[in-house]
Design a protein around this ligand. Structure first.
Ligand SMILES: [Fe+2]
Length: 557
């Protein structure tokens, strides 16, 4: 089935014929008056169900219900599931329905109806029950709204080949407009609410409303089902089990209410399936025929606190004897950062993951696709990177870069808020992939750079291959001024044994097509995000083949 063009349905035109037929009927008279304010969305497709989402702000203090419909055809003449739902203030008027009783491997149209008119018509699909039909997942990370236009979302929305979108976190950012002082490239026309840092449920909900007013994000949600995991900025910067770098209890109150408010807004605003009795549980699996299990992980809320930065740990060793610096760096790495009990997933989730990997392999699945918010692969700071700093860089910036490059020369990673800062937990996860999975792939994000890693698994091949997605709009500090200069990528690859490919230049996204033989990753990059119509500037393709004993390393074409 070919879906209609975005132009045909964007303004609710396809739904309009339906509401004309409906208005004046008993069904329409029973429905509420109000407005669908943020389009529609769908997510977490199983073989027979999918979550459908909308937001309906009623006119009356006592709201009436809306009707939802899922159909095989755009005219809604073949409705396969329908029902009614009520928008409530306690969910910020977001409506989520688990539409069940659907057929496997089918594409569907869905919409919501009110007395005031219909929502736009959404497009979604269910997972296949059997077979090894290919699956294409588009991965996204890090969408800083004021930094630019969501070119990545807009581009993906036009592609017929994408089955599913995976957002791996930093879907929103918590900062207020003070950010604009430190980041002069922010666009004045890209505004968000509230203007201050978000702390309460009402704040987080308003921030989601700002994001979902973006027409490109709204359109992608309308035409593709999503799976989501969260990272730190859905809460606040560098969040962990008991707090966050950007959470100040003295002025912002205790951590747990803020965490819970942020999680509730995430669940209310995103088309994810809640798990009964577990309001913050996001780890779960979805099955795609006999081809793959998707395994969503929470790499944020169960984790220990990240290590202090190398620059703060080693500042007093930086200007003296190099042998002493090296000894201290290795001691910290082995004894403190490397302490065996340090965790990212927490022991319950680790045990659960091992079971899911094994069950998937035992069921004959070709792929286990991990979807998580951080980066598993390690990258070292190249020595040449000291020369990448701006000529007016401060003495402190130069010292920091030198410390990180020296740490890199010891073979140690520098970005320790990532899995790199939890080496024992990373080793456990990779050992579990190797022992329990068949061919393991990981989607990550977080660094605003595109990476492809071969994650070490011993002599007979990687434990997994990883694509860490570049940012939709967030910035990184390695982007050079000259776009034809690939020397920074080459330096990272040379310094980092696990790294097969990287891109520090572009914003964008990566789609990955999984079939029984291989994972084929296609990177789509944009040089600029300062207008809504900048063209695609870079495409790269990488292939990782499956075998009976595990995935092969990336081949960069
Ligand atoms: Fe980010």
């Amino acid at each position: 089935m070919k879906f209609p063009s975005r132009r045909g349905t964007l303004a609710g035109l396809s739904g309009f014929t339906g509401i004309v037929a409906l208005s004046g009927t008993a069904a329409a008279r029973g429905l509420g008056d109000g407005a669908f304010t943020h389009g529609v969305a769908s997510g977490d497709p199983t073989t027979n169900s999918v979550i459908i989402w909308t937001r309906f702000v009623p006119k009356a203090a006592v709201p009436g219900p809306v009707r939802w419909q899922v159909a095989r055809d755009e005219a809604f003449s073949r409705i396969v599931a329908e029902g009614s739902a009520l928008a409530k203030p306690e969910t910020d008027y977001c409506i989520k329905v688990d539409a069940t009783g659907l057929a496997p491997g089918q594409r569907y149209f869905y919409r919501f109806l009110s007395r005031s008119g219909p929502s736009v018509t959404g497009l979604t699909r269910t997972a296949p029950e059997r077979g090894r039909e290919p699956l294409t997942i588009a991965g996204f990370a890090c969408s800083m709204l004021p930094a630019g236009y969501f070119r990545a979302y807009a581009d993906a929305a036009t592609r017929d080949d994408i089955d599913l979108c995976a957002h791996v976190g930093d879907y929103i950012y918590e900062y207020g407009d003070e950010l604009r002082q430190f980041a002069p490239n922010m666009l004045s026309e890209r505004t968000w609410e509230p203007k201050t840092e978000i702390v309460t449920y009402a704040d987080y909900a308003r921030r989601y409303a700002s994001y979902r007013a973006d027409p490109d994000l709204q359109e992608l949600h309308r035409v593709k089902p999503f799976v989501h995991v969260w990272d730190d900025h859905e809460f606040t910067n560098d969040a962990w089990r008991e707090g966050a770098q950007n959470h100040q209890p003295l002025t912002e109150g205790p951590w747990l209410p803020r965490r819970d408010a942020a999680a509730k807004a995430w669940f209310d605003w995103l088309p994810v399936r809640p798990q009964p009795g577990e309001p913050r549980r996001i780890h779960h699996t979805l099955k795609w025929g006999d081809l793959a299990h998707l395994i969503m992980l929470d790499s944020r809320l169960m984790r220990d606190k990240q290590p202090d930065s190398w620059q703060s740990l080693l500042t007093n060793f930086a200007d003296g004897d190099r042998a002493r610096f090296d000894r201290e760096a290795l001691r910290l790495w082995q004894d403190e950062i490397g302490a065996p009990n340090r965790t990212v997933l927490g022991s319950d989730q680790e045990t659960w993951l091992a079971g899911q990997l094994k069950a998937s392999r035992d069921a004959g699945m070709n792929w286990q696709v991990l979807i998580e918010g951080s980066v598993l692969g390690r990258f070292q700071m190249p020595r040449q990177s000291e020369a990448w700093l701006a000529p007016d860089a401060s003495a402190n910036e130069k010292k920091t870069r030198r410390i990180l490059a020296q740490v890199g020369e010891l073979g140690l990673p520098f970005d320790t808020p990532l899995w790199s800062g939890f080496p024992a937990a990373r080793e456990r996860l990779l050992a579990s992939c190797k022992a329990n999975g068949s061919n393991v792939f990981a989607f990550g994000g977080e660094t605003h750079i595109g990476w492809a890693f071969n994650l070490p698994g011993g002599e007979d091949g990687p434990a997994a291959v990883e694509i860490a997605c570049t940012a939709v709009t967030s910035s990184n500090s390695f982007r050079p001024h000259g776009f034809d200069d690939a020397s920074r990528e080459a330096a990272f690859i040379e310094a980092s044994p696990e790294l097969a490919w990287c891109d520090v230049h572009h914003w964008g996204y990566t789609s990955v097509r999984f079939d029984a033989k291989a994972a084929t990753a296609d990177f789509t990059g944009f040089r600029s995000i300062s207008t809504r119509d900048t063209p695609v500037a870079k495409r790269s393709q990488l292939v990782a083949e499956t075998t009976k004993v595990g995935v092969r390393p990336w081949i960069v074409s």
